[in-house]
Write a protein that binds this ligand. Structure first.
Ligand SMILES: NC(=O)c1ccc[n+]([C@@H]2O[C@H](COP(=O)([O-])OP(=O)(O)OC[C@H]3O[C@@H](n4cnc5c(N)ncnc54)[C@H](O)[C@@H]3O)[C@@H](O)[C@H]2O)c1
Length: 227
């Protein structure tokens, strides 16, 4: 929503078609041209098609935000190989899938910005000890290595950064909402995060001129010190 307000046209990729259609309408109300793609971000070939169609439809691609992700709460003693592969595919390979065709376009057309949503889990290993998210944490940590390496490979034309959100109240984390008092006690800012805490940072990284930041992992967690 913040990117639409900043004047960007948008292409959205998600598995959930009705939700995407609702979001597209809200974005169009802000004056943005919007394309939607019902696609699995883990699908490499589909990613190339989505990026090509986006460039054809909107004329150019200046900013990529790798936001799709899914938690994988299961310990190493229980997780199957297929579940592990899927967690890595959704949370890490998806970034490769979308960065590759996007970077090709950006390197040929004057540059751009790439922002990948990692997680505080990449740094902490997980918010609580109660539920292991080792596969998710591994994938999200992989994003940080990918970000640093690609900052060198794609710079100075393409600036690429990662964001590590702490506990953000969204649909995926409804269990956290139910226990928000417990979580809030360990956050210096005294509250859980909201979607805008992340989207404002995304918009800053996408639009800031000049921008001397690349290859970074930016934590937005209200200083989560004790959970
Ligand atoms: N909510 C938090 O506390 C929190 C904390 C740290 C990081 N994150 C990360 O922030 C990002 C956004 O998460 P959110 O909390 O808004 O969750 P969300 O579930 O609201 O959004 C994630 C979106 O990704 C989509 N998605 C999942 N798998 C997909 C796939 N294979 N292909 C296409 N789309 C797919 C979902 O349909 C959903 O719309 C994720 O990468 C998540 O890992 C969230």
């Amino acid at each position: 929503m913040d990117l639409a307000e900043a004047g960007y046209d948008l292409a959205i990729v998600d598995l959930l078609e009705p939700e995407m259609a609702d979001t597209a309408e809200l974005l169009r109300d802000k004056g943005a041209r919007v394309m939607t793609f019902a696609a699995d971000v883990a699908d490499h070939a589909r990613a190339s098609g989505v990026v090509a169609q986006t460039i054809a439809g909107l004329g150019r691609l200046d900013v990529l935000v790798n936001n799709a992700g899914r938690s994988a709460p299961r310990g190493i003693l229980e997780m199957t190989e297929a579940e592990f592969d899927r967690a890595i595919a959704i949370n890490l390979k998806s970034c490769f899938n979308y960065i590759q065709p996007t970077a090709r376009h950006m390197m040929e057309h004057g540059g751009g910005r790439i922002i990948s949503i990692s997680s505080l889990n990449a740094l902490s290993g997980g918010v609580t000890a109660a539920v292991s998210r080792f596969a998710y944490a591994s994938a999200k940590a992989g994003i940080l290595g990918m970000t640093r390496a690609l900052a060198k490979e794609l710079g100075p034309k393409v600036l690429i950064n990662a964001i590590c959100p702490g506990v953000i109240q969204t649909e995926v984390e409804t269990h956290i909402t139910l226990q928000s008092e417990k979580f809030t006690k360990g956050i210096a800012a005294g509250r859980l995060g909201c979607a805008q805490d992340v989207s404002r940072l995304v918009t800053f990284l996408a639009t800031s001129e000049p921008c001397f930041m690349t290859g970074q992992a930016l934590t937005v967690d209200g200083f989560q010190f004790n959970m």
